[in-house]
Design a protein around this ligand. Structure first.
Ligand SMILES: Nc1ncnc2c1ncn2[C@@H]1O[C@H](COP(=O)(O)OP(=O)(O)O)[C@@H](O)[C@H]1O
Ligand SMILES: [Mg+2]
Length: 145
């Protein structure tokens, strides 16, 4: 079984959202995914990183966002973490249209987008401690490899 792993940490600024999604996509590209699968990964990572920066850290540029990516066979697992304010009620936060920042033109659809584009989305969070979002996708190598 092919296995690989990488970690990235970066400043909590919006410019790094593009960096993180590109790195995750480049890493997943080792499994020879379709363009569509890569777009799905980019979109989901983008939502998770944006949440870490704007919600977890309230746009504080002095904080650090963590990402680690893992390949186990055909499974790609990407974890995006922050040590920010955390989520009081994860189940509620994952509901469509739920947002705590409606004034900032947030749609409240970030978690729904992650769920739509990935095969698995887990959210671990502790108020005052931070949040880790785990995104998983199966890339069926034999269909286009
Ligand atoms: N990393 C995070 N840290 C703290 N709160 C978060 C984090 N990610 C999401 N949330 C909370 O979950 C809510 C829903 O997130 P999401 O579905 O992406 O919608 P939106 O970002 O448009 O508000 C956010 O409004 C916020 O309250
Ligand atoms: Mg969001």
């Amino acid at each position: 079984m092919f296995e690989n792993h990488m970690e990235l940490r970066f400043r909590s600024i919006s410019q790094n959202e593009a960096l993180a999604r590109s790195v995750a996509a480049a890493f997943a590209a080792q499994l020879n995914p379709t363009i569509e699968e890569l777009t799905d990964i980019r979109t989901a990572v983008s939502e998770a990183v944006t949440n870490a920066i704007i919600h977890g850290y309230d746009n504080d540029p002095d904080k650090t966002v963590y990402m680690d990516c893992r390949i186990e066979g055909e499974l790609v697992t990407i974890r995006v973490g922050d040590e920010g304010k955390g989520i009081e009620d994860v189940e509620l936060a994952r509901q469509p249209f739920y947002t705590t920042q409606p004034d900032m033109e947030r749609s409240g659809m970030g978690f729904c987008v992650m769920e739509a584009f990935m095969d698995g989305v887990q959210v671990e969070s502790a108020p005052g401690r931070g949040t880790t979002v785990t995104l998983q996708k199966w890339l069926k190598v034999e269909h286009h490899g």
